[in-house]
Design a protein around this ligand. Structure first.
Ligand SMILES: Cc1cc2nc3c(=O)[nH]c(=O)nc-3n(C[C@H](O)[C@H](O)[C@H](O)COP(=O)(O)OP(=O)(O)OC[C@H]3O[C@@H](n4cnc5c(N)ncnc54)[C@H](O)[C@@H]3O)c2cc1C
Length: 500
């Protein structure tokens, strides 16, 4: 079967893949690259999710690209506006000409003899398999399964006579006007859906097993308005980006170093926004410390306003079973519903489900260590992109792409064909990739690459430290090994590590 060769293949045309392509074009202009995208459209997350009110909960000055200013009035943006921004970026920089759609990478096999990857790719609706080869493979595949969200087994689910939906597969014409809705969940998706549906539904109940910390932020950044009037577009964008980077770093550091103080401030904020006498405990009193799980941001108190208006309410309790007309809780309380939305989360997926092998030895992502948060120990010419959990995804994704470009240029300058982080797994203590206690993270920990306590195997979730290390840190750090010619096959294979 004939194969087409590229210098770099990027997997995924979401926010990260488009950003990666921009960096490749501008920093490594001599490289021939291609983006392989499983879906028929650009945009990833922002094209897939279509539920009412879908929006970012990060500000767009940091979730957007540093190289393309966010110009909208709203800093917390709606899903369609983000999708348009990603598409426009791809078109403006001619990146769209480098995308092949409906090409799902199934497997990638590294050959040390050839110093290249061989990709098996399923194409289009026919499911035909094609092959590509590339010198460097960059995974921008996001972090969750696209085909299915997480749905717990609700007892008696088949009894329910109304509509049951998951936000990941929102029915296009679902009419909820005047209907009684129960949204199960308390994460970012639930707090987005509840006020959006409450605008026209008869009533929306947010049914949560346990509450989250919720912080109201202005949807519209008035400092942005002023700076945009005074400064050129690019300069205003850079200043706003840094303002928001420092604010989110500050909130995170205070939460981790003074959790009791942060907890009090968050709870007082919720209490002030709720109607007098509303039960902050239990409904807005999480059992964990701030930032053990992601903080939920709501723009302009929209969730609290819906509660004050009486169009939404919160119930804290365990589902005993679904009934014909709704949900019975373990407390005995019954919630009647015409529509139940299961905002119960995502299923994380490592590396877009691509099966990796090095010289015919399969790589188990869960048995590898991650170098600087983007390469896998002992896996050559491969990087992947994971965003921050405590700040905007793009901040880290863009640093990863800049690092990949530095690495490629360094290899070209010195005539290196192979680069891999040498990892002695036995000497490292595995720790979970993400330091969150959220259900979706805990369910996936075993299958995700591991970090360790020491540099460069540690993920710091700190943009400023990462920026220094990724942009200025030495590439010849004693861990990254470079070779001009291919070593004998099977020379260094990843060792297995026990699950964290
Ligand atoms: C509802 C929702 C809201 C969010 N809000 C925020 C927010 O406010 N702030 C924030 O920082 N983060 C947020 N996130 C996280 C969000 O996913 C990231 O911000 C960002 O969109 C990730 O971009 P990505 O390109 O890395 O991944 P994705 O958007 O997931 O895109 C990955 C792309 O890779 C493709 N792909 C996957 N596997 C393969 C394969 N094997 N072969 C070929 N192509 C493949 C997919 O089809 C997809 O197009 C949110 C996530 C969700 C689900």
């Amino acid at each position: 079967m004939p194969t087409e060769h590229f210098d770099v293949v990027v997997m995924g045309a979401g926010l990260s893949g488009i950003g990666a392509a921009y960096r490749l074009q501008t920093r490594c202009p001599g490289k021939r690259y291609m983006i392989l995208e499983a879906r028929p459209e650009i945009g990833g997350t922002w094209d897939l999710f279509r539920y009412p009110g879908v929006r970012s909960d990060s500000d767009m000055f940091t979730l957007g690209y540093p190289f393309r200013p966010w110009k909208d009035a709203k800093a917390i943006a709606d899903g369609p506006a983000i999708l348009q921004y990603v598409r426009d970026t791809a078109r403006e920089f001619g990146i769209d000409r480098h995308i092949r759609f409906q090409q799902r990478v199934l497997s990638a096999a590294w050959s040390s003899e050839d110093a290249r990857w061989l990709l098996e790719v399923q194409t289009g609706a026919t499911g035909e398999t094609v092959r590509y080869t590339c010198d460097f493979l960059y995974g921008c595949t996001g972090y969750y399964r696209y085909d299915a969200g997480y749905e717990p087994d609700f007892p008696g689910a088949a009894n329910f006579r109304g509509r049951f939906v998951h936000p990941q597969h929102w029915p296009e014409n679902l009419d909820y006007a005047g209907k009684r809705v129960v949204v199960i969940g308390s994460g970012a998706t639930a707090v987005t859906l509840v006020p959006a549906m409450a605008e026209t539904a008869a009533h929306v109940t947010m049914l949560q097993r346990s509450p989250s910390y919720i912080l109201s932020v202005p949807a519209h950044d008035h400092i942005a308005d002023r700076l945009r009037r005074w400064l050129p577009e690019g300069a205003a964008h850079r200043l706003l980006r840094w303002k928001n980077i420092l604010i989110s770093l500050g909130i995170y550091q205070i939460s981790r170093r003074a959790p009791d103080f942060a907890r009090r401030v968050l709870q007082q904020g919720a209490a002030k926004s709720l109607p007098d006498g509303y039960q902050v405990d239990p409904h807005f009193t999480p059992k964990y410390q701030p930032w053990d799980q992601r903080l939920c941001l709501v723009p302009d108190s929209d969730l609290f306003r819906a509660i004050r208006a009486g169009s939404a309410s919160v119930v804290t309790g365990q589902v005993e079973s679904f009934t014909e007309h709704g949900i019975r809780l373990e407390s005995g309380e019954e919630l009647e519903a015409d529509i139940i939305v299961s905002a119960t989360g995502l299923q994380m997926l490592a590396l877009g489900g691509v099966r990796l092998a090095v010289d015919a030895a399969p790589i188990e992502p869960g048995h590898t260590f991650i170098y600087k948060g983007l390469m896998l120990g002992n896996v050559p010419n491969f990087a992947f992109c994971v965003g921050y959990t405590n700040a905007s995804w793009t901040l880290r994704a863009d640093l990863s792409s800049q690092f990949v470009c530095r690495l490629l240029n360094h290899m070209d300058r010195h005539g290196y064909r192979i680069c891999r982080p040498a990892c002695n797994s036995a000497a490292l203590e595995p720790r979970p990739l993400l330091d969150l206690t959220s259900g979706y993270v805990l369910r996936a920990t075993e299958n995700l690459p591991k970090q360790a306590a020491e540099k460069p195997w540690r993920i710091r979730q700190n943009y400023i430290l990462d920026m220094l290390s990724m942009r200025l840190g030495r590439l010849k750090d004693g861990v990254l090994k470079f070779e001009t010619t291919a070593p004998a096959p099977q020379a260094e294979l990843p060792e297995s590590v026990p699950a964290a």
